[in-house]
Design a binder for this molecule. Structure first.
Ligand SMILES: CC(C)(COP(=O)(O)OP(=O)(O)OC[C@H]1O[C@@H](n2cnc3c(N)ncnc32)[C@H](O)[C@@H]1OP(=O)(O)O)[C@@H](O)C(=O)NCCC(=O)NCCS
Length: 143
């Protein structure tokens, strides 16, 4: 169970580009990580989400989920995208749970052999604007 420390999470725009926007994740005045929308396809209305909270001490307090929900609000209601997707290693349960809390669903599974000859399993997850509006937003009114 993640421990909510009650901190306010906001996103600060770092680098707006045509096909990629990067935000700093702020906990109060402190930067704790980055979150971005990459491969923005304006015509189909899709983009790929990536997130990284730098220090482990900030993991598992709900900050990642708050940042993801804030970014989805931005993607769907400011940028008017219709779908956001992401790729996550199957052996990253904390990230998978964080994305599921924000409303993402698993849509596919990729498997590849790495250059070290080990097998790597990756989940493709996605969320539509419709599902986000219906399901996630009502659970995160405070974000
Ligand atoms: C992935 C990441 C963004 C998640 O953010 P976070 O703030 O740590 O996640 P949250 O606290 O919002 O949610 C974590 C959830 O995972 C759960 N969790 C933690 N360890 C778990 C485990 N071993 N198995 C299953 N669930 C687990 C927590 O209990 C929590 O769920 P809950 O609120 O229902 O209890 C952050 O941990 C991170 O940046 N990690 C390093 C980089 C990374 O992995 N990026 C993602 C690449 S796809």
């Amino acid at each position: 169970m993640s421990q909510d420390m009650g901190g306010k999470v906001t996103l600060e725009l770092v680098k707006p580009q045509r096909y990629r926007v990067i935000y700093r994740i702020m906990l109060g005045n402190q930067p704790i990580g980055e979150i971005e929308l990459d491969h923005i396809a304006w015509r189909s209305g899709e983009a790929e989400l990536k997130i990284f909270i730098h220090q482990e001490e900030f993991h598992n307090h709900g900050y990642g989920t708050k940042a993801v929900v804030a970014l989805l609000n931005q993607a769907f209601f400011k940028m008017n995208l219709s779908r956001v997707y992401l790729r996550v290693h199957a052996n990253n349960p904390i990230a998978i749970r964080c994305y599921e809390k924000a409303g993402f669903k698993k849509e596919g599974r990729l498997s590849r052999v790495t250059e070290w000859n080990t097998r790597e399993e990756i989940f493709l997850m996605g969320i539509s604007k419709t599902r986000f509006s219906k399901d996630t937003q009502k659970n995160f009114r405070a974000v």
